[in-house]
Design a protein around this ligand. Structure first.
Ligand SMILES: C[S@@+](CC[C@H](N)C(=O)[O-])C[C@H]1O[C@@H](n2cnc3c(N)ncnc32)[C@H](O)[C@@H]1O
Length: 216
């Protein structure tokens, strides 16, 4: 049984930038994203993530990343709003529970249960940060096709200074969740791409990527 104190302390170790406790290293990617946002001077960002925090166990902070916690910290720091979509109502419930438990409210955090592509297509605001982490990579191209559909649904809503971050990129790029979306963005002139190492598994290295919308 994990005590509340142990839970908070594990959460802190997991999400603190630079923490060696974060086995999959996503906090390096999240810290880099935060720095890019600060450098660009964006105030009160609109942040949209697909694939919410799906399990309240702190081990998922390591394994999945608990991106929703990171983004909530960011909107508490900078102002703005966080929108988090997931097709699984149980994941939405877990995410709402953890955010309420850790931050006390859902004031600037809006959850939506449903398919991410439709959500993004209907999203009414300009997006400053788009984090794409819906579905799991299972070896076929279904998650890559889904991520491409997500990007196609909302690429024109990403603000001129905006950032897209994607998770689960294989070192061979043609595999993983971003296999189709990164080439799509590059073809549109989005060449400002940064890869951040995340994990080593199945004898491959895996990355997150941050790609910035070109100005002009
Ligand atoms: C890898 S998990 C997200 C992890 C989370 N970003 C984190 O850092 O903890 C992927 C999530 O995508 C969700 N998902 C799968 N298909 C989806 C779809 N079509 N639309 C939205 N979410 C979907 C799953 O329910 C699952 O909760």
């Amino acid at each position: 049984m994990i005590t509340p104190k142990e839970r908070i302390s594990a959460l802190w170790r997991a999400v603190r930038p630079g923490s060696p406790a974060h086995k999959h290293g996503r906090q390096e990617g999240f810290a880099r994203l935060r720095n890019l946002l600060l450098e660009s001077g964006i105030q009160a960002p609109v942040i949209v993530e697909t694939g919410t925090l799906r399990n309240e166990l702190v081990t998922f902070a390591d394994g999945d990343g608990w991106s929703t916690v990171f983004f909530r910290k960011l909107v508490d720091e900078l102002g703005g709003e966080l929108y988090s979509v997931d097709i699984d109502p149980a994941a939405i419930a877990a995410s709402r529970k953890v955010i309420t438990r850790e931050f006390g409210d859902l004031a600037n955090t809006f959850h939506h249960a449903g398919d991410s592509v439709g959500f993004l297509r209907d999203f009414p605001k300009s997006i400053d940060v788009l984090y794409l982490d819906s579905m799991n990579y299972t070896g076929d191209d279904s998650s890559a096709r889904h991520q491409l559909a997500e990007i196609q649904a909302c690429v024109d809503k990403v603000a001129p200074h905006g950032l897209i971050m994607v998770d689960d990129i294989s070192e061979t790029i043609e595999h993983g969740k971003a296999a189709l979306s990164i080439p799509f963005l590059k073809n549109r002139g989005w060449t400002d791409l940064e890869l951040i190492p995340v994990a080593a598994r199945r004898q491959k290295r895996w990355y997150q990527a941050i790609i910035r919308r070109p100005r002009g």
